[in-house]
Design a protein. Sequence first.
Length: 301
Amino acid sequence: MESTGGPYLNTAAVTSPVGIARLLQMTFGCTTFSLVAHRGGFSAAYGTFCMFVWTFCFAVTVFILTCEFTHLHSCLTISWGNFTAAFAMLATLMSVTAAVIYPLYFVQLDCYPISCEVRDFRIAASVFAGLLFIAYAAEVFLTRAKPGQVTSYMATVSGLLKIVQAFVACIIFGALVNDSQYGKHVATQWCVAVYSFCFVVTVVVVAVSVTGKTALLCFPFERSVVIYTLGAVLLYVSAAVIWPVFCFDSKYGSPRRPGLCAKGKCPWDSQLVIAIFTYVNLLLYIVDLAYSQRIRFVSHI
């Protein structure tokens, strides 16, 4: 076999700060879902989501570390830097969500009705779930774009924000399908259209970046993303005004939570969650737009 002129194994993949962070991610992730699967236990949709997060993140991290250690990532037809940056941000968001949900629904101080052994396993799993989040957040911190550094788009603040925006949109969709009664008014249906459109375009931007196809586009990618971000800000402004009016104004909805509304099955609760995360995503898109403009001006200096 002809020599490629370099080592076959990339030891920096496991000895660099980013490599060490990934090794910790594998360790903490494997420990977390092993503790839960062995004795901690999980149930219902919340527990299943947590187990999916830990196993999914563990599997992808193993894949990334293996590819970098063996140089196999050079054989893939994707933008490796964009892929790893996007996954690190997504894993950070997913792991922090699981680190909050699992102890909230499964950890208790007393041993009844579960045994003390099960309680201890659940507490230990919660601790390692928190450590897993810190490990992924450390990778995002280490791989983010530094001022003046030429790097992949997904490693920039704008690229990382795209992942957060899509994640927040998924939370909104989850609340929408949980009996939010958005179909009662045309105005609230418009808000759903805004959430859907912005989510789809954001996912397309991330997908094009990760697949490395930006150079094949017949239009300037960076400028198009900035224009889309401006449009998303305007669309979310409309949703941020319309949704609260048609859900919490006494003429169309209820300004206060109905007293007879069942916990977990109350449309008012879902509407409140949607309103809160609408403002969260609006803020994210505004920051994204401001940062994109800043980068645009800096690049001409």
